[in-house]
Design a protein around this ligand. Structure first.
Ligand code: NAD
Length: 482
């Protein structure tokens, strides 16, 4: 085991102390690049979940009364700690999630920035006073922390999906229980420890990894002390949590699945579009909710676009992220690889042309080759699925209306990308697409200062920007006469 991994506490972090699971259960964490077990982590039980909620509840009054500036300074120190310990954290992320070194470093810069941004936003929960139209009273509207918050995160960005929730929650004055994905609990445990070192009082941030996510999260959502659930993960699980949250009428934020169209019009700068496509598809090896999932290209340039994209995809170096020269790591686990391979094979047998890739290389680890499929039929089942891997299917269209219709032919509405050399043309298309985030002539869209979230079945609420802070606040109106 590497020194960095060996030093991470592997018990549950509850109320400022490290504890084994109440029934002693543990689970293994694997390195997707080798399949090897790299750590064993305590698996929280329903009882532990209740203890974590109790700890968050006990710390709540003092934390909400802590001056916003002081709360912000905890986040600012946590930001600095991530920057100072970036290589150490990158190793943990690479080893448990399999991503490339460059992607891990990129994720950490992004993750840290949520702490810095919300460290600044902590002092901006600004309300207002106005005279009522009838002149009989003042309307005072002020924001208050929503209360104990349950945060549930996925494995694909083990640090960023946690800091994107912890940052605004702590800034708003909420205490939290974080349930990280069981594929990647180590980064979350280390981040929890770093927040304590940055000055978060005991109980403000509790971290409970668990293999029993249904039981732990379900128990917390039924606990009347909990007031909020913020979830990032699949639409399927999000839908289930919304049903559970309905019992206590919990405040809900949902960052769910995507099926992003990447639209290239005939008037686009094709080389820029290919460059953007590489970022939109291959950031995080394709394992991103905003990954370009369907390339919709005008038929006058579809063949050339596909060929150029295949050249660049074919040039990527596949291998373990701990070798910094590799561009693409393995996918998260064997099941994910089988699913991706199955989708590609089905598409190829349905008539799509495999321009590059299309195979699982032999040897250890859950690798899948960067793949480009051209001439994909618009009814191909592949286009209805979130691929979550290094596969780019290209479909052509012949008119703007057809492009928009294809782009919107999904229940998801998280991200979309549009390439056009004519700004007005591009903006019209952006506005016609039902997606919460649109990249116009850009493949990289994420920014802590921008509101991130989906329309349709991709979610509820926004993370990042001032909107992200409001997700952890509720408004109280006082009707005042004086
Ligand atoms: P997932 O839904 O399987 O798991 C997400 C989290 O929910 C994990 O912590 C998991 O342990 C937990 N969970 C699973 N079953 C549960 C249950 N029955 N009750 C309570 N909790 C449960 O998703 P994943 O495979 O970890 O992540 C991939 C998905 O996340 C993709 O669909 C991706 O698009 C989505 N995602 C969305 C965003 C976004 O911002 N919209 C960002 C990253 C990932």
């Amino acid at each position: 085991m590497s020194d960095v991994i060996a030093k991470i506490p592997t018990d549950l972090s509850i109320g400022g102390s490290w504890q084994p699971a109440s029934d002693g259960e543990r689970f293994d964490v694997h390195d997707p690049a080798t399949g090897e077990v790299i750590a064993s982590v305590a698996s929280g039980s329903a009882e532990d979940a209740t203890a974590a909620v109790a700890a968050a509840d006990a710390a709540a009054a003092e934390w909400r009364a802590t001056p916003p500036r002081e709360r912000g300074e905890v986040l600012r120190r946590a930001y600095q700690a991530i920057i100072d310990r970036r290589d150490e954290l990158a190793e943990v992320i690479v080893r448990e999630s399999g991503k490339s070194w460059g992607d891990a470093i990129g994720e950490l810069t992004y993750s840290a920035e949520f702490y810095r941004w919300y460290g600044e936003e902590a002092v901006r929960a600004i309300g207002g006073i106005s005279m009522a139209p009838g002149g009989d009273k003042r309307i005072i509207a002020q924001h208050r922390p929503v209360g104990v918050s349950v945060l549930v995160t996925p494995w694909n960005f083990p640090a960023a999906m946690a800091t994107r929730k912890i940052g605004p929650a702590l800034a708003a004055g909420c205490t939290v229980v974080l349930k990280p994905a069981s594929d990647t609990p180590l980064t979350a445990l280390l981040l929890g420890e770093m927040l304590t070192e940055a000055g978060a009082p005991a109980g403000v941030v509790n971290v409970i990894p668990s293999r029993r996510s249904g039981a732990t999260v379900g128990t917390m959502l039924q606990d009347p002390r909990v007031r909020k659930v913020s979830f990032t993960g699949s639409t399927e699980v999000g839908r289930m949590l919304l049903e559970q949250a309905a019992q206590q009428i919990l405040n809900c934020s949902m960052e769910l699945g995507g099926n992003a169209p990447f639209v290239v019009f005939g008037d686009a700068d094709l080389d820029a579009a290919v460059e953007g496509a590489m970022v939109a598809k291959m950031r995080n090896g394709g394992e991103s909710c905003i990954a370009a999932n369907r390339f919709l290209v005008h038929d006058s340039v579809a063949e050339e676009f596909s060929r150029k994209l295949a050249e660049q995809m074919g040039a990527l170096k596949l291998g373990p992220g701990m070798d910094k020269s590799n561009d693409v790591g393995p996918v998260i686990n064997e099941g994910a690889r089988e699913e991706i391979a199955g989708m590609v094979d089905q598409s190829a047998s349905g008539g799509a042309k495999v321009l590059v890739g299309g195979k699982s290389p032999s040897g250890p680890g859950w690798f899948y080759e960067p793949t480009v499929l051209s001439r994909v039929d618009r009814d191909d089942p592949l286009l209805a699925h979130e691929i979550f891997g290094p596969v780019a299917p290209v479909t052509s269209f012949s008119s703007d209306d057809e492009a928009i219709e294809l782009a919107n032919a999904t229940e998801f509405g998280l991200a979309a990308y549009v390439y056009s050399g004519d700004l007005a043309h591009g903006l019209r298309a952006c506005e016609a697409i039902e997606a919460g985030i649109v990249g116009l002539n850009r493949g990289f869209v994420s920014d802590p200062a921008a509101p991130f979230g989906g329309m349709k079945q991709s979610g509820l609420g926004r993370e990042g920007a001032h909107e992200g802070l409001l997700e952890f606040l509720e408004t109280q109106y006082i009707a005042a006469a004086w």
